[in-house]
Design a protein around this ligand. Structure first.
Ligand code: GDP
Length: 327
């Protein structure tokens, strides 16, 4: 199928075509990469219309249960929901957080939903690049809520926060940050904290946890001039509190739209994406240049043995690289 045909199908909302497009952007083959870029260019005018939500939280907090409930709530309210995952651990485990078919079974049955696991065997940088592109394809296919999920243990939260509009952090009742394995840096990325499992025996603990976190938030400096992060409680299992979360998302959008921050953040993210591609592309070219391979190895040794400074070695390497390009 030509890129043109695939783009048309994606724009018509065809989920199989969307899946195919995402497979194309995930491919490392050079010819696939060129097709993927053509495809992305063709759909670009149709992108940008969704609200992009990052969702994170420690393992077991209830992320998949939450997305299952929240996604269905949104679909019942007339939305189309795409779920993408960033899971650098899939490289090690060989699986991925969304790979397990038992996750989000109800949501995956809805035709207004699209769920895609993280590409396996990639580095965090690679996953982030491809997820950014998958997100654009989902928007072109008409999904107006795109959720990017990540497991809250590594650096992947920053990558997710950098490609989404709003970052939601899920927490369990009881236990301080340390107990929950949530690093302070991750807390600081959050635009909304959600204390999940506020049901049954855990209801009272959820109440306490919510007020502890509300207090902690007051001591942190604000990320946005026009938005103060807050805490809500929910029970993903019972499907309670979904409206409260969605209200917060809409309030966030309204507040950041009013000041222009919503759009300016997206422009910055797109520009950062460009520079990321430029620097990755340069590095790949440089490292795979056969004429430089020998020189690169020698310079590495010299630097390791403190016979040359990293800066001078890099300068000499770059100057031969660019001279080589000019030939
Ligand atoms: P994830 O690892 O963050 O994706 O967590 P899961 O969604 O797989 O949930 C982990 C466990 O917590 C499962 O046994 C869920 O049934 C349970 N769980 C998730 N949400 C809730 C909730 O709202 N209330 C209660 N009581 N349990 C929940």
């Amino acid at each position: 199928m030509s890129e043109q045909d695939l783009a048309e199908k994606i724009k018509s909302g065809d989920r199989r075509a969307l899946a195919r497009g995402i497979t194309l952007v995930e491919s490392r083959r050079e010819d696939h990469r060129l097709s993927a870029e053509k495809l992305l260019d063709l759909v670009m005018p149709r992108t940008g219309k969704s609200i992009r939500l990052g969702i994170s939280g420690p393992p077991g907090v209830g992320k998949s249960t939450f997305i299952e409930s929240f996604g269905q709530y949104l679909i019942d309210a007339g939305h189309k929901v795409a779920v993408l995952a960033i899971d650098p651990s899939s490289k090690i485990s060989g699986g991925s957080i969304l790979g397990d078919k038992t996750r989000m079974t109800e949501l995956s049955r809805r035709k207004e939903a699209f769920i895609r696991p993280s590409p396996a065997g990639e580095t965090l940088g690679g996953v982030a690049r491809r997820t950014r592109e998958a997100l654009l394809l989902c928007e072109a296919a008409g999904f107006d809520v795109v959720i990017v999920e990540t497991v809250g243990v590594g650096q992947s939260e920053t990558a997710v926060a950098e490609m989404t509009d709003m970052f939601l952090l899920l927490l369990s009742p009881g236990g301080g940050d340390d107990l929950q394995g949530v690093k302070r840096g991750v807390m600081e990325l959050a635009d909304l904290l959600i204390v999940n499992k506020a049901d049954g025996d855990l209801a009272a603990a959820a109440e306490r946890t919510a007020s502890d976190y509300a207090h902690a938030l007051r001591l942190m400096h604000a990320l946005h001039e026009d938005w103060q992060p807050s805490v809500v409680k929910c029970s993903a299992l019972k499907g309670e509190g979904m409206a409260a979360v969605w209200d917060k998302v809409q309030a966030f959008r309204k507040a950041t739209n009013k000041t222009g921050e919503f759009e300016s953040r997206r422009r910055d993210q797109a520009k950062n994406g460009l520079w990321q591609e430029v620097s990755d592309g340069l590095l790949e070219r440089l490292k795979s240049d056969p004429d430089l391979a020998d020189r690169l190895a020698k310079l590495e040794t010299k630097v390791a043995q403190r016979k040359a400074s990293p800066a001078a070695a890099a300068r000499s390497l770059l100057s031969s690289f660019f001279k080589g390009l000019g030939d």
